[in-house]
Design a protein around this ligand. Structure first.
Ligand code: PXP
Length: 267
């Protein structure tokens, strides 16, 4: 694709140049800020502050390329009000993380976020544990992907760095995969490098299939660079570490610091 065509297609599709595709050479990696834990603090008191939408708008001002929210079935942090308001007010990409349930697919089809990311969801978990098993739930996921892609929503599947899951992600028609980086983040020493190599192999395979490659879960200021410098990665979605840092230095500074690391990883 020529550069001019790429520019025109992005402006027509998204009104901006913020989305890159797997086939385009790219230098800077996109940073999606997950603001769920701003809502966690709000929900702890059951009042209306701090507002995750206000945090999202400040994150955008500081250079966030997108905002991610996970509307969980138990509504433990993000609420429907947050997602609807974010859809109206965000200027960057809105990425809705969601379980593959009829109610969530209906909600997303109506709301039309830019992107949706299907994740597994268990009531008892502290945060998302493990990737989606696309192989085991192929038909259900294929139908849900088609429903959202038909509404112009790009669908990513949050999966482990496993070849069979990536092949199946391609078969069900996903636009992207988000590689679960949690195992890498939790590992230390040579084990961490082994996990990183698995992520690299997964990213290369997905790229060969024409899938966009994203990454997320557990990434922080200390462990992000070896993932951000994987050339096939076009987007990282990061939440807890940035919101935790924001409590100390403010969200704009926390976002800027992460952006600087991503820039250095690609420098
Ligand atoms: N990507 C996905 C699919 C997730 O479920 C989460 C957690 O909500 C994240 C990224 C962000 O993870 P963290 O909060 O550990 O940065």
């Amino acid at each position: 694709m020529s550069f001019v065509l790429f520019v025109v297609r992005n402006i027509v599709e998204h009104g901006t140049l913020s989305r890159q595709t797997a086939e385009e050479p790219q230098t800077m990696i996109r940073l999606g800020i997950n603001v769920d834990h701003v809502a966690t603090v709000r929900q702890a008191r059951g009042i209306d502050v701090p507002d995750p939408v206000e945090a999202a708008l400040l994150a955008e001002k500081a250079g966030a390329d997108g905002i991610t929210v996970h509307l969980r079935e138990d509504r433990r942090h993000i609420q429907e009000r947050d997602v609807k308001l974010l859809r109206q007010r965000a200027r960057s990409k809105v990425n809705l993380e969601m379980a593959v349930t009829p109610a969530m697919v209906k909600f997303a089809a109506k709301l039309r976020p830019d992107d949706a990311c299907f994740v597994p969801e268990k009531r008892q978990e502290l945060t998302t544990e493990g990737g989606l098993n696309v192989v085991a739930h192929k038909k259900k996921i294929m139908d849900a992907v088609a429903r959202l892609e038909n509404r112009g929503i790009h669908v990513a599947l949050f999966i482990d760095a496993v070849a069979a899951q990536i092949e199946c992600a391609k078969e069900v028609g996903a636009h992207a995969i988000e590689i679960h980086t949690g195992t890498y983040c939790n590992a230390t020493g040579t084990r961490r490098e082994k996990e990183r190599r698995a992520i690299i192999a997964a990213a290369q395979l997905a790229h060969r299939f024409g899938l966009e490659v994203h990454g997320g879960h557990g990434l922080n200021y200390e462990n992000v660079m070896p993932i951000a410098n994987i050339p096939e990665m076009v987007e990282l979605n990061i939440g807890h570490s940035i919101i935790a840092r924001a409590v100390i230095v403010g969200i704009e500074q926390a976002v800027r610091e992460m952006k600087q690391l991503l820039a250095r990883a690609r420098g």
